[in-house]
Write a protein that binds this ligand. Structure first.
Ligand code: GDP
Ligand code: IMO
Ligand code: MG
Length: 456
């Protein structure tokens, strides 16, 4: 079943063209569809993007780096994408890595080669990389590890990062010493000087940091030449895509709302904006060109790494969700923490993102449960609170109010339409939809592309 792509056009007569010629269309351009994680990540964004990407012209990543791990299962073959947009498997669509992404070049090429072995062909002709994207250097990854050790020593706990250098690379960006793809492809002498200065800065902070500067510069030069044919001015590329002929443009969010640097469970978050604003700033898309915003949420909740998790089940239920759901991190191989669906966080994600619809994945994992609980409100000192607490000490203390539903105790994995689902599962879905106040457009009942019930 095909998704009704908006590719909506809105009126903005005489939008400028850089070449000055008259447009055949008088509008403000194509609308972009955005797919975002509505929990703590690993909701199944890759699968939803894959579903939509079969019809997309361009699939873009706007933030994060290879801390993300997005699984796509097609024809029984499982792919995991980290920096590559999941749309790369569609031979008809372009994959764009936007300016908001931080790129570890060895990681990017390793990923491409790994997928080539799985049968991915022609990716180099379909991949475009923004010249404004920042680079994650190997030493950023080493520093990520050193910072985790430091946190553990100072606070008795760390963040549980993926150690992919994400925090240090975004720190370099924010402190304006970071290096971008355009620097790498520019005057290499100039780039080398800046690289050496950046290394020195980090060595001043972390005296144990050893970097073989000449070896790094040699390798980076090789990566620069491999990358050069794929690099474009990302802003202009997106402008042309938005204002050229009607196009279906998809943005694949990485990480998730509760890991957002501004809105997540700070400091146990990642270092980018994983909410809808990140799609604009990470690609140069004007807010008016944002169309559908699809939130992806599992039928229960998981979290990798440290931090508050009010509906976590440190018991047989949590263990069952973990094992039935194969809840193991795609990037780090860590076991994911598991608990009941927390609608407080999904509603909070909706407050920020304004979801137009939700994709609810992994309903099938709940098939064997006698009863299913859903967190519907938080209480502090016996009183319901209407907001999501900013302070982690407060969040650790909330008491979760649950609604309890009878389990359907039926295998849903073969369901392909709404009517194939047992009534009790339908009730569960309808309750969630009403509570969040957003329609559920898809329900996932298995890993592969066809295991997605489309509701409208
Ligand atoms: P992402 O990071 O949001 O793209 O999600 P991940 O790929 O990290 O984790 C989601 C996992 O759930 C993957 O192993 C998917 O293959 C799997 N998955 C996605 N949707 C469903 C579903 O509806 N049912 C089941 N059983 N597995 C699913
Ligand atoms: P996808 O896109 C789940 C978590 C890490 C850690 C915190 C900070 O697959 O949903 P970082 O390396 O980003 O500095 O780690 O954020 N984290 C994720 N958890 N899925 C992800 O991505 C994540 N990306 C980061 O586990 O707790
Ligand atoms: Mg993931």
């Amino acid at each position: 079943m095909s998704h009704s792509w908006s590719a909506k056009e809105h009126k903005n007569a005489n939008a400028p063209t850089t070449t000055g010629q008259k447009r055949t269309r008088n509008d403000g351009g194509n609308k972009v569809t955005v797919v975002l994680g509505a929990q703590w990540g690993d909701e199944g964004k890759g699968k939803v993007v894959d579903l939509l990407a079969t019809e997309a012209d361009i699939v873009c990543r706007c933030q994060g780096g290879n801390n993300a791990g997005h699984t796509v299962v097609v024809d029984g073959k499982e792919y995991d994408f980290h920096l590559l947009p999941s749309g790369i498997i569609n031979p008809k669509s372009i994959s764009l890595i936007g300016n908001g992404v931080v790129i570890h070049l060895p990681g990017l090429f390793e990923e491409c080669e790994k997928n080539e072995k799985k049968g991915l062909r022609g990716w180099e002709k379909r991949l475009i990389v923004s010249d404004r994207a920042h680079i994650v250097f190997d030493f950023h990854q080493v520093v990520d590890g050193l910072q985790e050790t430091e946190r553990q020593a100072q606070d008795g706990k760390n963040i549980g990062t993926t150690k992919k250098g994400i925090g240090p690379a975004y720190s370099s960006k924010a402190s304006r010493t970071g290096l971008r793809i355009c620097d790498l492809l520019g005057d290499y002498k100039e780039f080398s000087t800046k690289f050496k200065n950046l290394v020195r800065q980090y060595q001043n902070m972390y005296p144990s940091l050893v970097v073989d500067v000449e070896d790094q510069l040699k390798k980076l030069k090789e990566y620069a030449e491999r990358l050069r044919p794929m690099v474009r001015d990302g802003v202009y590329y997106m402008y042309e895509a938005l204002h050229g002929s009607p196009k279906k443009i998809l943005v694949e969010g990485a990480n998730a709302a509760l890991l957002d640097i501004d809105f997540g469970t700070y400091p146990f978050v990642t270092s980018s904006n994983c909410t809808v604003g990140g799609a604009c700033t990470g690609l140069g898309i004007p807010p008016l060109n944002i169309g559908d915003v699809f939130g992806v949420a599992k039928a229960y909740t998981t979290r990798v790494g440290i931090g508050a998790f009010p509906t976590e089940q440190l018991n047989a239920i949590g263990d069952l969700l973990q094992s039935r759901g194969h809840e193991v991190g795609v990037t780090t191989g860590r076991k994911r923490r598991c608990g009941w669906l927390d609608l407080v966080i999904v509603r909070y994600a909706h407050m920020i993102n304004g979801f137009t619809a939700i994709a609810m994945t992994k309903l099938d994992i709940l098939d064997v449960l006698d009863e299913i609980k859903v967190g519907v409100a938080y209480k502090l000192n016996g009183k319901r609170i209407p907001h999501f607490p900013a302070n982690m000490d407060v969040l650790q203390k909330v008491e979760v109010e649950y609604e309890t539903f009878p389990g359907w105790k039926t295998d849903t994995s073969a369901a392909r339409k709404w009517n194939d689902l047992p009534a009790k599962a339908q009730n569960y879905i309808r309750f969630i939809e009403n509570h969040i106040g957003v329609p559920i457009k898809w329900v996932g009942v298995g890993k592969s592309r066809e295991c997605m019930i489309q509701m409208f």
